[in-house]
Ligand binder design. Structure first.
Ligand SMILES: Cc1cc2nc3c(=O)[nH]c(=O)nc-3n(C[C@H](O)[C@H](O)[C@H](O)COP(=O)(O)OP(=O)(O)OC[C@H]3O[C@@H](n4cnc5c(N)ncnc54)[C@H](O)[C@@H]3O)c2cc1C
Length: 319
């Protein structure tokens, strides 16, 4: 109930107008967001890199409402790729297709995506396409395949364990050489499309982790690149220790080396676990969002964990 309501609020323009005016809301959001500027983001990348942790940078934004906004979002992503390239940061980038125009016009989005992938290739970097809610899944896979057909290899996908369709999608795309970030799924989906029960999502998560690990072994266990930017085939993105332990144990059983299995977590969540896994020799990548469009991202983080609501409200009382 509460999760659904918070996800509804994450999309409600009236709520966004109200909440983003509250100073304490930004104070609470800044636990999960590196800051509003690219300099804030790069400072966090530097700090994490110094601890042996890699990064994927996300310039916050989704559902742009005009071609001009989509063009601006694209230009911002090109700037990140340039900045990451100049200083040898161990970071790639994550993008959302609705940020670069998918909800407006698929062709416009394809042009923007190709410009981003071309620049990433020039800068020897990698772009992960985040997965959004179910109306965009087919288009996301179609655009990914179009770019692969044009020869762009420096691009990866996300698969959501809560969707019934994910096993079939994962098997088909792995056969085409895809690299995946595996997540549980952050949106509100109907029971016709997604497992309503957490236990079923977890079971499907473990199944998909197995499929990804098997595919990595079969492909000769490609490891993370030496510069930390190009991830291995499986990236296990969760803060759920039971899921992490399952993936680790299964990888050990089938002989996948540690540096061919990446773990990913969100900025501001389970730093202890991030550092522990990095200490054990696994590549760990933290998803670092920054920018002024933090509202929907922040609301999804509240929806994931009701206890975060108290943290949010405690910021109100701190004045
Ligand atoms: C690197 C990364 C990239 C992602 N990309 C996408 C994407 O492209 N598309 C998509 O739909 N989803 C994405 N997600 C979000 C994902 O779908 C989940 O909503 C999110 O990770 C929470 O689920 P969990 O796997 O951590 O498990 P859960 O079972 O929700 O949580 C397990 C434990 O982790 C901790 N935890 C989880 N969430 C929070 C939180 N918000 N605040 C504090 N503690 C928390 C708690 O201790 C909790 O008990 C991404 C997640 C990560 C880590």
């Amino acid at each position: 109930m509460l999760r659904s309501f918070l996800i509804y609020l994450s999309k409600a323009a009236w709520a966004q107008r109200m909440v983003t005016q509250w100073k304490f809301a930004w104070r609470a959001a800044s636990r999960f967001v590196a800051g509003e500027t690219i300099e804030d983001a790069l400072r966090v990348v530097r700090e994490l890199n110094a601890k042996g942790i890699n990064v994927t940078l996300d310039h916050l934004g989704e559902h742009t409402t005009s071609p001009e906004e989509a063009a601006q979002a694209t230009a911002d992503i090109l700037e990140i790729l340039d900045r990451l390239g100049q200083d040898g940061f161990r970071s790639n980038v994550s993008i959302k297709l609705t940020q670069i125009g998918l909800a407006l016009d698929e062709e416009l989005c394809a042009e923007n995506l190709e410009r981003i992938l071309a620049r990433a290739r020039e800068r020897k970097n990698f772009v992960r396409i985040d997965m959004e809610d179910s109306p965009y899944v087919d288009q996301t896979f179609a655009l990914y395949r179009r770019m692969r057909d044009k020869g762009y290899e420096n691009v990866g996908l996300v698969v959501q364990a809560y969707l019934y369709r994910s096993e079939e999608d994962t098997r088909a795309l792995l056969a085409e050489g895809a690299r995946f970030r595996l997540v549980k799924g952050a949106y509100k989906e109907p029971p016709e499309l997604a497992y309503p029960k957490k236990a079923d999502v977890n079971a499907n998560y473990d199944l998909l982790a197995k499929i990804l690990i098997d595919a990595a072994v079969e492909a000769g266990a490609p490891t993370i690149s030496a510069d930390g930017r190009i991830p291995p085939i499986p990236a296990i993105a969760t803060h759920d220790e039971a899921r992490i332990d399952f993936a680790r144990q299964y990888a050990r059983k089938v002989g996948l080396p540690n540096d061919a299995l990446e773990f990913q977590m969100l900025y501001g969540i389970r730093r202890d676990l991030q550092e522990r896994l990095a200490g054990e020799g696994y590549p760990v990548r933290v998803y670092v969002p920054y920018g002024t469009h933090w509202y929907p991202y922040f609301m999804r983080r509240l929806a994931e964990r009701p206890a975060n609501l108290w943290f949010f409200l405690s910021n109100l009382f701190r004045g």
